[in-house]
Design a protein around this ligand. Structure first.
Ligand SMILES: Nc1nc2c(ncn2[C@@H]2O[C@H](COP(=O)(O)OP(=O)(O)OP(=O)(O)O)[C@@H](O)[C@H]2O)c(=O)[nH]1
Ligand SMILES: [Mg+2]
Ligand SMILES: [Zn+2]
Length: 302
């Protein structure tokens, strides 16, 4: 690597092209060779080839990486995160399995979670807010917002984002990009009515993108306070990369009962004397969460 290499952060990845922010300019970079496992949020070293284009020479070690995986490959979402903002909404629909899988991925990557229930202006939201109280009891901080409301209503969310790099994740159509546009007025992210209504396979947002949050009009001028990454909505959240131990550790209500089952190697499937099954029976673990856990464990052995 030449001595002249500059440091920057990847703010967007499009195939083999990466937009790198060096604090002053956005540089359109490519990689050497075919290496392209670079993701939004990565810190890189690059060399300029022209005034506004360059070559990435090195990806710095990641603090953490949020990704999903199926049996063939990993799908990187974002790296070097302080927080994942998992957005849910009652409309178009609430998919609890997707929420649970997002939380498991964040737990296993050691990324703190904030659950944001969006679309509080819709009557369907109240019942979901009550259901989500269980998740607050599990230790996941949670706020309810309307991306269509006044900016003032987003003050609490804004406070959670200050001085952090956060990624918005969740299903398609929950309002991630609408929230982003409210928080970063010049982002101009596309938002969509049709994507989820007409074709469940289409997403309005197709690439992750990192934006700087504007300061709140304090004396520090236009110095931004925090970064927010918008990501494409997902249908599935594959967790093929997680081991049995990692899965058990990623469910707080299972983690809390470690060592309490009759068998030391209990997998909490149908073993007698299982503390986790007893908790579920007593109503101390959501049936949906136990079911997702058991399905994930089942997939490991198949
Ligand atoms: N009523 C209501 N509608 C909202 C709210 N937030 C977003 N929407 C609408 O929900 C639809 C989807 O919003 P998007 O922001 O595109 O959703 P997204 O999560 O970015 O979707 P993908 O990019 O496909 O992942 C749009 O029609 C928004 O106007 C809200 O708080 N209330
Ligand atoms: Mg979007
Ligand atoms: Zn057990």
């Amino acid at each position: 690597m030449a001595d002249s290499a500059r440091a920057g952060r990847v703010v967007a990845a499009h195939g083999r092209h990466f937009l790198v922010d060096d604090g002053e300019n956005i540089v359109d970079c490519v990689t050497r060779g075919r290496k392209s496992d670079i993701v939004c949020g990565d810190q890189v070293a690059f060399n300029l080839t022209h005034a506004d284009s360059g070559v990435i020479e090195k990806v710095e070690a990641r603090r953490n990486l949020l990704y999903r995986s199926d049996e063939f490959r990993s799908k990187l979402i974002a790296a070097n995160l302080d927080q994942a903002v998992v957005v849910v909404a009652a409309v178009p629909y609430f998919r609890e399995e997707l929420l649970i899988r997002c939380l498991v991925a964040c737990e296993s990557a050691d990324i703190p979670v904030l659950i944001v229930l969006n679309k509080s202006d819709l009557p369907e939201t109240a019942a979901l807010a009550r259901h989500l109280e269980t998740y607050a009891q599990l230790g996941y901080p949670q706020i309810t917002v309307s991306a269509r409301g006044e900016m003032g209503q987003l003050a609490e969310l804004r406070a959670h984002l200050t001085d952090k790099t956060s990624v918005l994740v969740g299903g398609s159509g929950v309002g991630k990009s609408t929230l982003l546009n409210k928080l970063v007025p010049d982002a101009n992210a596309a938002t969509g009515e049709i994507s989820y209504a007409l074709d469940a396979g289409k997403h309005t947002t197709t690439n992750a993108r990192l934006f700087h949050l504007p300061g709140h009009g304090n004396s520090s001028g236009d110095k931004h306070t925090g970064d927010l990454i918008d990501s494409p909505g997902m249908q599935e959240f594959g967790l093929q990369h997680l081991s049995q131990a990692a899965l058990m550790d990623a469910f707080p209500e299972i983690r809390a009962r470690a060592g309490q089952c009759r068998f030391y190697n209990c997998r909490h499937l149908k073993e007698p004397g299982c503390a986790v099954l007893a908790a579920a029976q007593a109503g101390d673990m959501l049936p949906n969460r136990l079911r997702v856990y058991q399905n994930l464990i089942g997939q490991l052995s198949s």
